[in-house]
Structure formats: structure tokens, C-alpha cells
Design a protein around this ligand. Structure first.
Ligand SMILES: [Zn+2]
Length: 202
């Protein structure tokens, strides 16, 4: 059985343990034939571990950590562990109004890895990313730093036009039009665009 679409971003009650869980931390799990149950992430991991014979899998609940970004702003990161059989994904994300937003990071490991070590690697990755500034506030709006490099995440612009990307750079949401205006500083220049999975190093 596989997790289906994540449940909507609202609190849900887990069908196994009965705990009220935020929407980002629960999934519908099952199959069209057998039906779906709403599981919290912890119960999902236990179920996947059982199905895949990973009984020794430990699923610790990591406390949030606070890290300063390149501008000195302290940001709080929450963690989520998700076992998917051959691998385990560890996510770190900020919350805004109860929903994941801003900076988000992921690392993939082996289910037999020590998750504390994986967490340490994820936090190193977060520190590296947070130490680099890509955009600056200029007199006439946002601009790209002199490095000429922008790293970020592609999201969907649900507020304005879901067919257009919403970019998250330095933990800030940048509308596609605004990003276009930032690029116009470089009219006539070349650029290189590389797209990577969230778990890869940028
Ligand atoms: Zn549960």
C-alpha cells in the first residue's frame, strides 16, 4: 500500500492512534481496493516498517531547532521523518500560520542509518544554505546579489495564478513577475538554469 495525496493542510485525527495531527503531518494511506485510512506520520512509518520488514526502525520525534539566516534573522525549523521502504526522508521546514512555508530542506538516508547522524547532516546542509544570501532589498525593489546566483524552490502561486511558479528564495516568496523584474537588471546577459530534487545539494 502507498500513501496517496497528503491530507488537506488542516488538523486531522489519526485513524490508528487517535491523535489530532496537523495536515502536513498526516497522509491518506491504503489502496483503491481496500480503501484509505488517515494516518499520522508516526503511525505511517510504523505501518511501512511492518510491511517492509524493518521492525528495528526507530522513529524519534525531533524537537524544533532555531537557526539564524544570512540576515541574522532567527528561524524555527520543524522536522518530519518519512519512511518509504528503501529510504527514509528527513524534512525540515518553517511554519507560517500553521503551514509549511519559507525555507524547506530534505535529506534522504537508508532506513538502517542512525537518524541522529542523518539529522546532523541535514542541519549542516541547512546551515550552509542559510549562510548564503541571494536577493537583497534595493532602492527600487528586490535585486539579485552581486554573485549573480539564485537558489530556491519552485512552488505554485495559488494566490494569483496556479499555472505560474512562486519562487521561494532566502525563505521569501517571490512572485514570477517580481522575479522577472529582478532579471531585467541583466538584460542582454546569459543565464544557466539547473533544476534539482529537493534532497540534492544546490
Ligand atoms: Zn497515529
Amino acid at each position: 500500500m502507498k500513501p496517496s495525496q497528503p491530507a488537506r493542510e488542516r488538523p486531522n485525527r489519526c485513524d490508528v492512534c487517535g491523535e489530532i495531527t496537523p495536515g502536513y503531518d498526516s497522509v491518506n494511506y491504503g489502496s483503491p481496493e481496500l480503501g484509505y485510512r488517515l494516518l499520522c506520520n508516526h503511525c505511517l512509518n510504523a505501518e511501512v516498517a511492518r510491511e517492509d520488514g524493518l521492525e528495528g526502525f526507530e522513529d524519534p520525534r525531533f524537537e524544533p531547532v532555531r537557526l539564524a539566516d544570512c540576515a541574522g534573522k532567527v528561524r524555527e525549523f520543524h522536522f518530519r521523518t518519512r519512511l518509504f521502504g528503501p529510504g527514509v526522508a528527513l524534512d525540515a521546514f518553517e511554519l507560517r500560520d500553521g503551514y509549511p512555508a519559507g525555507y524547506q530542506f530534505q535529506i534522504i538516508g537508508d532506513p538502517s542509518d542512525d537518524l541522529m547522524v542523518l539529522l546532523g547532516r541535514l542541519i549542516e546542509k541547512m546551515r550552509r544554505a542559510l549562510s548564503t544570501q541571494h536577493i537583497v532589498d534595493r532602492e527600487f525593489g528586490l535585486g539579485i546579489t552581486d554573485s549573480g546566483v539564485v537558489r530556491g524552490r519552485i512552488e505554485c502561486d495559488l494566490c494569483c495564478d496556479p499555472r505560474l511558479p512562486l519562487l521561494v528564495v532566502d525563505g521569501r516568496e517571490i512572485a514570477w513577475d517580481d522575479f522577472g523584474r529582478m532579471l531585467m537588471t541583466y538584460e542582454g546577459w546569459q543565464f544557466k538554469l539547473e533544476i534539482r530534487d529537493q534532497s540534492e545539494e544546490l
